[in-house]
Design a protein around this ligand. Sequence first.
Ligand code: 2PG
Ligand code: MG
Length: 432
Amino acid sequence: MTAPATAVTGTHQITDIGALEILDSRGRPTPQVRVTLAGGIAAVAGVPSGASTGSREAVERRDGDQGRFRGLGVLGAVEAVNGEIAKRLTGYRWRDLAEIDAALIELDGTAGKERLGANAIVGVSMACARALAVAAGRELWEWLTPAGVAPRLPVPHFNVINGGVHAPNPLDFQEFMIAPLGAPTLAEAVRAGAEIYGALRSLLAERGQVTSLGDEGGFAPQLTEPEEVLALLVTAITAAGYTAGRDGVAIALDPASSEFRHADGRYHVAGQKLTSMEMVERYAEITERFPVWLIEDGLAEDDWDGWAVLTERLGERVQLVGDDIFVTNPAIIADAISRRVANASLIKLNQIGTVTETLEAMATCRRGGYAQLVSHRSGETTDSFIADLAVGSGCGELKAGAPARGERVAKYNRLLEIAAARPDLPYGVPPA
Ligand code: 2PG
Ligand code: MG
């Protein structure tokens, strides 16, 4: 795939690549990458970073120098971009992004991208994608649309209550999202999200709860039981004048359960120690009582047997999304499809480490009839790449945090921009 550096095979010549250490939304360092093409087109990408990471994710490279940023510096990753990667990618004419990404993977040489750092590689890949889109005279979302796929405006999944490792409250489930599935347009969906977020703030204040925020901009109340939060969400949806349910505003959960499955093999939820089967029953009850349309990481990444039961039990009526268990890895997703584990995959660029492999993961899902939920990370920049990815892929689903805070609304505002420019694009989850 990679030709000698002197060969002239493609049309894309990269003249300059540079990275610097910037801050993410948690105040932690992260790389920002700039790529310049011959002719002067330049594009920038900011790299996201997770907190509840899957064990098989591509490896984020951190300096470990306790004298800087408590060991979290990314000067090594930045240097990898400015040094080795810049040397490899400049001075050769690339045919396309797939060829660039293959060269990055080969240059790194490790399975988990740990040598150069997945945070270095994904930043370069995203910036290259942007630059190539500009060079082609296309919007990023258009350029990312695979042949034979119809682009759509995705249903935004607004994370309005935060728990787990994203907030210092007693709530074990990590994310409670509202999804305006029944909104007539993207703009109305965003409006619903913001209005319900406002209604929720008032409700919490009335009940004497704190309205402080978690890492993704959702409220972080001192609540323990997931069902208590779900009841609160239904009240907030109704108070804001919307219908709670699939025809109106539905609810989505990301318990991120790998984080609360302990060494005893039990899931520790609100003081109880539940088996996989008891968790499945808990979800079954939850989906009967509340308009929950989607559950992500309902069971832990190493609980494949439990996942198979969960899928068997709820897969017909609930979207079951694999995040930590799939880590946007096409091979793992293909394995899951053959074993009927889950029926959807979360999609995070930095879990796998290149745009090309991310698109491959999405194509694997499409072939296997699995839905896809494009996702931000809990540590974000104002980069809005994932909004374009969600539109271009036609998957119809995006989660990017609360309808508040700059790094979260950057994604929703980008969707609004695309929707305004292209009122012909359909909104919503694709018809089955
Ligand atoms: C998740 C993500 C994003 P993190 O679990 O889905 O919401 O969290 O980035 O911390 O892995
Ligand atoms: Mg998750």
